[in-house]
Design a protein around this ligand. Structure first.
Ligand code: URA
Length: 220
């Protein structure tokens, strides 16, 4: 029998915790696979674990995580029911930016998580997760915008840590949450009812972001 989404996610989490595919694991306390509902309708993708996340082995549990929790609550979303993960699953030393080879080494975990969860909506938090779906885009230009990519609505947002540093970014992030996420979920439900979203069983889901050109949603 095919593995359930939860079983697949547990398997990926076990692999992440013992991962040595790139040197990032050295000097860390924990791999941070991600957490949340196995069949979440919405997936949030950050950059990489920080100090607090490394200590606890859980994503977004430090100050940026407190802000994310508040933003989720502000639009009636519960942290338990969404899924939250990162582009890289081990903390870069001194919280430096992840290197291209580290992102590449970790990429397959995210691909498999997306396939298992099969979310209708993906929200990228910050430049590194944005780059996976919107190569070459500038976050200051596309934040809050949504595109239909391979049967999912993908919305780019600023990173909560950037919002904590800069009041104008905080304002933009709060507005983007209020406006773009409920709209994306509503549009996703509408498209799903019409059979226009990824509806294949998780076990046969194929992630190939180059297979069709992204379409701009008329809604946004
Ligand atoms: N910043 C991230 O990008 N991810 C986390 O998990 C925490 C902080």
């Amino acid at each position: 029998m095919a593995a359930t989404a939860r079983e697949t996610l547990d398997q990926i989490a076990a692999e992440v915790r013992s991962c040595t595919k790139c040197p990032l694991y050295k000097g860390t306390k924990n791999g941070v696979p991600g957490e949340g509902g196995a069949e979440a309708e919405i997936l949030f993708i950050g950059e990489g674990p920080g100090y607090h996340e490394d200590r606890l082995g859980r994503p977004f549990v430090g100050p940026a995580g407190q802000l994310l929790n508040k933003l989720l609550a502000s639009i009636g979303l519960d942290r338990q029911t969404v899924f939250i993960t990162n582009v890289v699953k081990h903390r870069p030393p001194e919280n430096r930016d992840p290197l291209p080879e580290e992102i590449a080494a970790c990429s397959d975990y995210l691909t498999r998580q997306i396939a298992a969860i099969n979310p209708r909506v993906i929200v990228t938090l910050g430049r590194y997760s944005m780059a996976r779906f919107f190569p070459g885009a500038k976050i200051s230009v596309i934040h809050g915008q949504a595109k239909l990519i391979d049967g999912r609505i993908v919305v780019a947002m600023y990173h909560p840590a950037a919002a904590l540093r800069t009041p104008a970014v905080m304002q933009a992030l709060e507005q983007d949450f209020q406006r773009a996420i409920p709209a994306a979920l509503a549009e996703a439900r509408h498209l799903a009812a019409e059979g226009k979203l990824a509806t294949k069983p998780a076990s046969t889901e194929k992630e190939d972001k180059d297979s069709q050109p992204p379409q701009q949603l008329s809604l946004f």
